[in-house]
Design a protein. Sequence first.
Length: 250
Amino acid sequence: MTEEQWKYFCDFNKEFKQKIEEWKASAPELTRLQQEAARIAKTPDYPFETTVVYNRSLDDITPEDDIKLIVIGDNPGKDEQLAKNNRYLVGQAGKIAEGYFRRNSELGVDFRKNVIILNKTPVHSAKTAQLKTISKQGGPSIAELIKESQIWMAEKTAALHAALGTELWLVGYSELKEKGMFCQYRDTLRNALAENPAAWNRVYVFQHFSMNRFPIDLTDFIKANKKENAPLESNIHELGVLHRKEIFSI
């Protein structure tokens, strides 16, 4: 990173930490709501340790690191919220992503070294769908917190993306569709980048890494379009633009 980019990242990270603490302090009832949502969904028991999760991996980034991607997941799951972790995409989906980039070295991306991982909201739930239950059961204050967190993350991520000049990958697009949990994130991100076409053109949308959906979707795209001889990076970008147009309608 350049000196200016490093300063921008540090300022972002400091503000992000502060917001996490504010959100946690403002909603002490979140643990109970998260437990209830998991019970309703018949999620196997697990320890509830962090209601709103900061990504500690951000603290490992140095000015010498070559950041190539900002990857946006949905929200922190069971593994991510454990106190021993408090890191994003460290569960099965993260392991699949890490393995994918390792196997495809021509992309030149180390998932744990060249990628900033953020989420559409830092509010924890065992499964993303449970956020809807948490929002409903928690009443207006919790619904507003989840909405506010999406707006904040989208605005700050858009600015970070533009400042660093990276690609921005939105993974997990089902809840970005109309009436999905993350419509607020979707619309805020688009509005934030409306006046910056260069940054907008580096936004790509994909299926999630979980259950191998990202590589399966990419393989299907390559076969359907007879792109077997095209460079992998080119195919990834084409697919990402295709899904971006589907989600954002532009």
